[in-house]
Design a protein around this ligand. Sequence first.
Ligand SMILES: NC(=O)c1ccc[n+]([C@@H]2O[C@H](COP(=O)([O-])OP(=O)(O)OC[C@H]3O[C@@H](n4cnc5c(N)ncnc54)[C@H](O)[C@@H]3O)[C@@H](O)[C@H]2O)c1
Length: 281
Amino acid sequence: MAVEKIFVVGAGTMGNGIAQTAAVSGFQVTMMDVDQDQLEKAKAVISKSVEKLFQKERISAEGKENALQIKMTHDLEGIEEADLLIEAATENFDLKRKIFVELDEKASPKAILASNTSSISLTQLASATSRPDKVIGMHFMNPVPLMKLVEIIRGLDTSDETTEAVIKAAEKMGKVAVEANDFPGFISNRILCPMLNEAVFALQEGVGSREAIDEVMKLGMNHPLGPLALADLIGLDVVLSVMEVLQADLGEDKYRPAYLLRKMVAAGHLGRKTGRGFFEY
Ligand SMILES: NC(=O)c1ccc[n+]([C@@H]2O[C@H](COP(=O)([O-])OP(=O)(O)OC[C@H]3O[C@@H](n4cnc5c(N)ncnc54)[C@H](O)[C@@H]3O)[C@@H](O)[C@H]2O)c1
C-alpha cells in the first residue's frame, strides 16, 4: 500500500517536525492538536525552519511551499482521507491509548496507525484498536528535519505489509529506517535515557557543574551535545516519562529517575520548550 496522505496528531516539538518533513517530501499533510496555541506556534516554527533550510539549499522551493500548505486543525477533520496517521502527542500511556481508540474509530479501515512514542509498548497500543496488524512505531529523532534515523518498532501483531509501507514512507522523507523490537525504550532510549538520567544524578550529587558534565561528554566522548543540554532539547518531561516506563516495565532500580529530574519537571522547567531547563534559553 502506498502512502500519500499523512495525518499528524500533536503539534509539539516532534509533531511539527514530522509534519514539516513529510510535507517537504511531497506527502499531503494535516496536523492536529487539541491546543490552538500549539498549532499557532507550530506554524511559526515550520515557516522559520523551511525558510532557513531553503536558504541553505537543503530543500527546494516546492518543498518549502508544500510545508507552508500544511492543513492545521484542532479536531479530527479530514482524518478519514489519511493513509498513515502518526501520533506524536504527550508521552503518557493513558492519553495515547485514548487517542488510538479514537483514531481507530474514525480513520479509514485501511489506514496505518503509527506512534512516535519514545518508550511505550506498541503491542499495548495496538491492543486498544481493532487493527493490531496496522499499528507500528515510527520513532523519529529530534530535530526531525535534520536527523537521519527513524526507528521502526513492530508490535507483536504488526504485519509485514504495514512495516514495508512505513519504511517506504520514511525513506521518501529522506530517512534511514532501522527496525527494533517492542521492548521498553526500544534501542535508542533504552541506551540514551539512562545516560541522560545518570548525568542528572552526577549534577545532583555535585560530581561536577552543569558546564563541566557537558564539557566532559562533548570533548572526551565526542558527543555533539552534552547530556544536560540534550535532555533540555528532548524535554525533561519526556526524559522523565521514558525513565518511568523503563523502571516500571523492566522492574530494575537502575532505571529510577533522578530526584532532581522530578523536581525540574514539577517546577515546569522542561528545557528549551519552556525557556529553562538545566540551562537557560
Ligand atoms: N522530544 C523529543 O526529543 C522526542 C523524540 C522522539 C520521540 N518523542 C515522542 O514524541 C511524542 C511527542 O513529544 P514532544 O516532545 O513533541 O512533546 P510536546 O510536549 O512538545 O508536544 C506534545 C503535544 O501533544 C499535544 N496533545 C496532548 N494531548 C493531545 C490529544 N489528545 N490530541 C492531540 N494532541 C494532543 C499537546 O498539546 C502538545 O502540543 C512523545 O510520545 C515523545 O515521547 C519525543
